[in-house]
Write a protein that binds this ligand. Structure first.
Ligand code: IVH
Length: 696
């Protein structure tokens, strides 16, 4: 028998693999087993190895480049990525509809909308050139994003090439209109399926590592990871919902897409093999839209991804053009946000937790109740003042809420259901762990256990020391720390470096292999940069950023310990509070002794961070002090800080009369109020973006 033509078999395999990827990752309906899928992939890998000339960039074997990326270059979006206005209830939905109808001049006639689920992930812009995926970029500041192409290529729901003809999905409406030639930008959302999130956190738990908070943050963190191989393992997925524009390959004038309605564009995208969330619905008028919103506020828990609302878009693309955009949002769309999920339950007891700094925080032990996908048995109560203000008592029936589906909080007690014997709660007079008296500074709300040898404080401090952003000792998590402290094998940070495989033998869930791994991790942590060590020591008010700043400027542990308060204050961004705290730490003989033992164990006491460039900051915002508060939609706090610092601004943590601007995102709290009280200029997100963009 003649050997099959490799070119033909390769293209057949690629087609088959793409088909099965689509069945599995997009349609959720696999037709073959995982083993059969792997067999196809391996056959293709072998053939491509034998015929390297036939390897193509859009072959499914090319998803993981395996090559770490060096930082991410920034790239400009074809058209800025705007955000969406919000509607929180029926009334606001109707107001949106009124505005659309008025602008459209349709009188009382209904406008057609498309309602889509709002995916709680991070937005992504995908560029296809003649049907080939050439770029994936994050939203960034809306104008420029980060080029994360190697990571995007690992996401199996995102096709490396668009299918030229029609296929499964809803092809009828676009018969004869294949994937476009030229350049086209597709917008969508990358997310982490709940199942992948659960799997990742299970692995983290097994490794004794801190858990990820929610799928969205994990997805965002993963997308910005510099190792595509790790990204591939995390199991990200994506949905696409918009064709922005296509650009003729020759010129760069933005052309409009050849569809009349949004529904048609979704169908077209689907027919090219792009993942389109399938529950979207065309609605005739706002009443149908409202019904869709009510329906999904309930049903959303059945989905394998988090959705925080419904996006409502005018269907008619010509009408969209007429409506246009404001500086911030398109006028043709809005996001209906699902109400925070609430439930009633009973407070069994109010207890307190002792943290590593000795801070004692109350929490409510609840009668378990199922809310928004998980059973809740505990809720934070923040601080004693908050408990008193809300007057939450043991035995109360309370309203609890999961805002943003993360940490549950107690909203208020239901007074009508209060048992007659319930008494106001008071902070215990003594630490529940070591029994020493609790104290509170006059101007602080936090109560503290001041006993540095309190077992709870020691446990939490050791967990912090070993945590990922501190000394990063993988495997040294809560349960192991607990065992080591209980058996008095470890009393302080320096004792960690005396741990051997023998010490670990006989501890629960600690086989020879895990013990060897942990000892290796401990050894490795000795060569960490001193910035990690400074943070790990848990000096009050010294967070990750202050630790890095101190390391950069002082270079060695000796210089840090010997610096006077005045010298510390000359370090940029180090104020009197941090300076005093570092000095107090250094003045304590126990701490000096601890550092001496760490040094003796071989822990590195110097930094590799680049030396600071001298002089005052320069740039268009030099001399300006900015405070950030609340959550920004277009960038993280770190990105905003970096952008400001690049322009020479100083970013401060608290508002004073010296503050130039307070930038506020959503859920801004007391800092915004304080700014208003002091008459400090406040900037919303758009004004902030304008400020940094105009100065760049
Ligand atoms: S359309 C002009 N559709 O929500 C912006 N956005 O709050 C058009 N999002 O930045 C966006 N699901 O990242 C659209 N079905 C969907 C969406 C969606 C999630 C995100 C998107 C956007 C943010 C706005």
């Amino acid at each position: 028998m003649a050997k099959p033509d490799p070119t033909q078999r390769i293209s057949e395999l690629r087609r088959l693999i793409r088909h099965h990827e689509e069945c599995y990752y997009i349609l959720n309906a696999p037709e073959i087993s995982d083993e059969e899928f792997d067999r196809l992939l391996h056959e293709l890998e072998r053939l491509e190895a034998d015929y390297p000339d036939l390897v193509a960039p859009d072959s499914p074997t090319q998803r993981v480049a395996g090559r770490p990326v060096e930082g991410f270059p920034t790239v400009e979006h074809l058209v800025p990525m705007l955000s969406l206005d919000n509607a929180y209830n029926d009334e606001e939905l109707r107001a949106f509809d009124e505005r659309v109808r008025r602008a459209a001049g349709v009188g009382d006639a209904a406008v057609a909308y498309v309602a889509e689920l709002k995916i709680d992930g991070l937005s992504i812009a995908l560029t296809y050139n003649d049907g080939r995926l050439v770029r994936g970029a994050t939203r960034g500041d809306g104008v420029r994003g980060e080029d994360v192409t190697p990571n995007v290529r690992t996401i199996r729901a995102i096709p490396l090439s668009l299918r030229p003809s029609t296929g499964p999905g809803r092809p009828e409406a676009v018969e004869g209109r294949g994937a476009p030639a030229g350049r086209i930008e597709i917008r969508g959302e990358v997310y982490l399926p709940r199942a992948s999130f659960a799997r990742i956190n299970k692995d983290m738990e097994d490794a004794g590592m801190p858990l990820f908070q929610n799928p969205r943050n994990t997805a965002a963190g993963t997308m910005r990871n510099l190792d595509p191989a790790l990204v591939a393992k995390r199991g990200l997925a994506a949905f696409t919902y918009q064709i922005v524009a296509d650009v003729a390959a020759a010129g760069d004038g933005v052309k409009t897409v050849p569809y009349r309605t949004h529904a048609e564009t979704l169908e077209a995208m689907r027919s090219w093999g792009l993942p389109v969330e399938r529950h979207w619905r065309r609605c005739d008028g706002i009443v149908e839209v409202a019904a869709f919103c009510t329906e999904w506020a309930e049903k959303r828990r059945t989905l394998d991804f988090d959705t925080d609302g419904v996006v409502i878009k005018v269907d008619d693309l010509a009408l969209r053009e007429r409506l246009g955009t404001t500086a911030k949002f398109p006028r043709w769309a809005t996001a209906f946000k699902f109400p925070a999920q609430q439930a009633n339950t009973r407070v069994r007891a109010i207890r307190v937790n002792v943290g590593r700094t000795g801070a004692v925080t109350p929490f409510a032990e609840l009668e378990p109740v199922f809310l928004a996908g998980s059973t809740i048995g505990m809720a934070t109560l923040h601080n004693a003042e908050d408990v008193a203000r809300k007057d939450i008592r043991e035995g109360d029936t309370v309203l609890i809420e999961k805002a943003g589906d993360v940490i549950p909080k107690v909203v208020a007690p239901i007074l009508a259901l209060r048992p007659p014997e319930a008494v106001p709660w008071a902070m215990p007079a003594t630490c529940p762990v070591c029994g020493s008296a609790l104290h509170r500074d006059e101007e602080e709300v936090v109560w503290r256990c001041e006993n540095a040898s309190c077992a709870a404080r020691i446990r939490r401090s050791l967990e912090h020391f070993a945590s990922r952003s501190a000394m990063n000792i993988e495997g040294l998590g809560e349960s192991l720390v607990d065992q080591l402290v209980t058996r008095q094998l470890v009393r302080d940070y320096a004792d960690i470096y005396a741990v051997t495989a023998d010490t670990l033998a006989g501890l629960e869930r600690m086989g020879a292999k895990s013990a060897a791994n942990l000892v290796a991790q401990i050894e490795r942590s000795k060569s960490n940069d001193i910035s990690r060590l400074i943070y790990a020591l848990g000096i009050r008010h010294v967070g990750e950023k202050a630790a890095a700043t101190l390391a950069r400027h002082l270079r060695t542990m000796e210089r840090l310990l010997d610096a006077t308060v005045e010298q510390l204050q000359t370090v940029p961004e180090i104020g009197p509070v941090v300076a005093d705290s570092v000095r107090a730490f250094a003045a304590e003989p126990h701490n000096r002794d601890l550092i001496a033992r760490l040094r003796k164990a071989g822990v590195k006491m110097t930094t590799e961070l680049p030396e600071p460039v001298g002089g005052e900051p320069e740039g268009p915002l030099a001399g300006k002090t900015v405070v950030l508060t609340g959550t920004l939609k277009s960038m993280t706090r770190e990105e905003a800080t970096e952008a400001l610092e690049k322009l020479g601004a100083k970013v401060a943590g608290s508002v004073s009369r010296k503050t130039t601007y307070v930038v506020h995102g959503s859920d801004a709290g007391s800092k915004l109020e304080k700014a208003q009280k002091l008459g400090v200029e406040t900037l919303d997100e758009d004004a902030f973006l304008a400020l940094i963009m105009e100065r760049e």
